[in-house]
Design a protein around this ligand. Structure first.
Ligand code: NAD
Ligand code: IPM
Ligand code: MN
Length: 358
């Protein structure tokens, strides 16, 4: 029996409903598999916790999480707490503290989902974005002075280190080597950002020599955003900085038909610390409490978690079940044009798991 201990942080808004479906789905995978056991411990951290305790998680939150094999995360942030307070109180410190320097985000159109682009189907929209996840524009370095005065100044400094850029690009080259096309796209903005992004390009140029089998192309982020729409089939593995990766993967969500679909793996590739798996989307206050959030992103994130834990067969089983449900097109949430609830979509996926797993 392969056993794993999973910390679960549902967080705020639709994070709670969608993580419930991910947990129920993982329980079904364990039933069907027989040789897999997952022990879950839930932590009620987030904006409600903040209003009661004045912090997003307890002081020893990070050391509590350190003992788990993985973290499954819903979404954090709600209008009751300023976003920069909630995010710097919970999610962003986990990414940095657990050195989850790779943020892996597949952009893959599922079967049966009519994406927003005419003539571009699952064969054309199938890329993976590698987002640097611990430094860059999100380093958290900066300050404000002379608050409220005419002379007020705000400084937010992007930090790029050689080791930080190199390890993310190396991950990109290695991933490209494992995919049939062996192509890596690096996304920067080195025409305007003459220090950080030119540095990124230089690190890329050095590393490229170690991977002669990989075809490497470079785009500026503005041009790449357009290319994702006009020629998504020209993109396979895309690596970029923290902020660029953030923006491009919401665009990726739109290409997949809804932000309710794409997952995100915040990964420490060395397994020195627990990795964290979550949807790309946030807490969606506009639909929270209505029971209609799409649970696919959270369930796909659970599949990524199993993959990272070394349970590739179970991870693949979940993906086949998700695709069977989207291909049939009968049980879909309103974001995909359907009328089903969050729970009904979760149930449909679990029903497929039982069919496919037996
Ligand atoms: P959002 O992703 O929460 O929502 C954007 C839009 O997409 C909304 O219209 C929403 O209804 C829709 N949407 C998102 N997920 C959906 C799903 N599963 N099913 C159906 N529709 C879905 O982004 P936002 O509105 O910019 O942010 C809301 C809050 O979430 C903020 O507090 C923000 O800081 C936070 N946030 C957290 C995370 C995270 O925890 N990883 C990610 C993004 C945003
Ligand atoms: C994401 C989110 C976060 C990010 C926010 C909530 C800080 O948008 O995971 O994509 O920008 O990384
Ligand atoms: Mn984002």
């Amino acid at each position: 029996m392969n056993k794993y201990r999973i910390a679960v942080i549902p967080g705020d808004g639709i994070g709670v409903d969608t993580i419930n479906e991910a947990l129920a789905t993982l329980a079904t995978v364990c039933e069907v598999h027989g040789g897999l056991s997952l022990e879950f411990e839930q932590f009620p951290w987030g904006c409600t916790y903040y209003l009661q305790h004045g912090r997003m998680m307890p002081e020893d939150g990070l050391s509590t999480l350190a003992g788990f094999d993985s973290i499954l995360f819903g979404a954090v942030g709600y209008p009751s707490v300023p976003d920069h307070v909630s995010l710097w109180g919970l999610l962003l410190p986990l990414r940095q503290h657990f050195d989850q320097y790779i943020n892996l985000r597949p952009v893959k159109l599922l079967e049966g989902i009519p994406g927003p682009l005419r003539d571009k189907g699952p064969a054309e929209i199938n890329m993976v974005c590698i987002r640097e996840n611990t430094e860059g524009e999100y380093a958290g370095v900066g300050g404000r002075v002379h608050r409220g005065m005419d002379s007020e100044v705000a400084v937010q400094t992007a930090v790029f280190t050689r080791s930080g850029v190199e390890r993310v690009l190396r991950y990109g080259f290695e991933l490209a080597m494992r995919r049939p096309r062996r192509e890596l796209v690096s996304v920067t903005k080195s025409n305007a950002l003459q220090y950080s992004m030119v540095f990124w390009d230089e690190v890329l140029a050095d590393l490229k020599k170690e991977y002669p089998e990989v075809t490497c192309r470079q785009y500026h982020v503005d041009a790449l955003a357009a290319r994702m729409i006009t020629a998504p089939e020209s993109l396979d593995v895309v690596a970029g900085s923290n902020l660029f990766g953030d923006i491009l993967t919401d665009l990726g969500g739109a290409l997949q038909g809804s932000l309710g679909i794409p997952p995100s793996g915040n990964i420490n590739p060395e397994h020195r610390y627990p990795s964290l798996f979550e949807p790309v989307h946030g807490s969606a206050p506009d639909i929270a409490g209505k029971g209609i959030a799409n649970p696919i992103a959270a369930i796909w994130a659970a599949s990524m978690m199993l993959e990272h834990l070394g349970e590739a067969d179970s991870a693949d089983l979940i993906m086949r079940a998700i695709n069977a449900v989207t291909a049939a097109g009968r049980v879909l949430t309103p974001d995909l044009g359907g009328r089903a609830t969050t729970i009904e979509v979760g149930e449909a996926i679990r029903q497929q798991l039982r069919v496919l797993g037996n």
